[in-house]
Design a protein around this ligand. Structure first.
Ligand SMILES: NC(=O)c1ccc[n+]([C@@H]2O[C@H](COP(=O)([O-])OP(=O)(O)OC[C@H]3O[C@@H](n4cnc5c(N)ncnc54)[C@H](OP(=O)(O)O)[C@@H]3O)[C@@H](O)[C@H]2O)c1
Length: 294
């Protein structure tokens, strides 16, 4: 509770910093993970941003102020992300890089090998956050390998993605290092309130993937979000991101469009009130919008 209050206070104080008018890239607020590592609350998703589009999008996102980059072995774009990082000219230490272990590489040996491949492709010598992408395969063996890489300082935090509470509890039964993050689908149509409450109890940070439901279900034209946005002169996308961040959740919207990148960063100078939150709660269908990935 105390941690959440500090988080909310930081987010609420941001308008005072008036970076929105500044030409300097903005500085994104951070949360502190259960191992003390700081993580930006808003990052840049890279699913399907491949080749030169991936490279240029990543470089542009960094130039605008994004510091958290989210990729995965299975996206097939770690090299493009790595090239984008180089192109940006930023000091690697300024970045928070997440990549993920794919199911086909699960198990102790497979994980060690896949991790080294990811490092090479990204052109870095450590990863900030390494996640088990899906709760399938030899999770126990993978976790042991990740714990060793973490202890060796090659990963700053380890976590999971797409785990439900039961799967997390099983992992916790043998884990020496507790997962720092669970990255799961979360957006207005699948709000994940129960999962969030469970993660809070376990002191594991929730991170929302597909904050816009990948553009499905008419999210950018939704009249309830539009009416809320109108009050603050914000778009549906900005209302959604603000709502996720105000819940204390980290998120990683993806776009190849520079205007959208900028727009998605501009969410720290307004605050949704109780009525807004109640209206957004009414959009919950409490079901995945990606049944094909189940
Ligand atoms: N762990 C997992 O299993 C998992 C699964 C899925 C995703 N992820 C991560 O989460 C990230 C985000 O999810 P996502 O890529 O599925 O989708 P998303 O971020 O929910 O939505 C992306 C779509 O929204 C559009 N968009 C972005 N900003 C906009 C704005 N301000 N106004 C209007 N349209 C906007 C993009 O348009 P343009 O195409 O025009 O740019 C794109 O079509 C991924 O990139 C990936 O890093 C993780």
């Amino acid at each position: 509770m105390k941690k959440l209050n500090v988080f909310l206070l930081t987010v609420m104080m941001l308008p005072l910093m008036s970076f929105a008018q500044s030409t300097m890239p903005l500085s994104i607020p951070e949360i502190t993970l259960n191992n003390g590592l700081k993580m930006p609350v808003l990052g840049f998703g890279t699913l399907s941003l491949e080749g030169s589009v991936g490279e240029n999008s990543v470089a542009e996102a960094i130039s605008l102020g994004y510091r958290l980059l989210d990729t995965a072995t299975v996206y097939g774009n770690e090299e493009a992300v790595g090239k984008g990082i180089k192109k940006s000219g930023i000091d690697r230490k300024e970045l928070f890089i997440t990549t993920k272990l794919w199911v086909a590489d699960s198990g102790y040996e497979g994980t060690k090998k896949a991790f080294e491949t990811s490092l090479k492709k990204l052109g870095v010598d450590y990863i900030d956050l390494y996640l088990i992408h899906r709760p399938r395969g030899d999770v126990k063996g993978s976790w042991k390998a990740m714990e060793e890489l973490y202890e060796a300082g090659k990963i700053k935090a380890i976590g999971v993605s797409n785990f439900d509470t039961k799967q997390l509890k099983e992992l916790l039964s043998y884990a020496k290092v507790k997962p720092a993050v669970n990255q799961i689908e979360a957006h207005p149509f699948f709000q994940q309130n129960e999962a969030q409450a469970d993660l809070r109890k376990m002191n594991i940070q929730m991170e929302a993937w597909s904050p816009f439901a990948g553009g499905r279900n008419g999210v950018f034209d939704n009249p309830i979000l539009a009416a809320i946005g109108k009050k603050y002169n914000k778009t549906n996308a900005q209302v959604v991101l603000r709502w996720i961040i105000q819940r204390g959740i980290v998120t990683i919207p993806r776009t190849a469009d520079k205007g959208y990148m900028q727009e998605n960063l501009d969410v720290f100078d307004f605050e949704l009130n109780k009525t807004d939150l109640k209206q957004i709660a009414s959009l919950d269908l409490n079901i995945t919008q990606f049944p094909e990935w189940e």
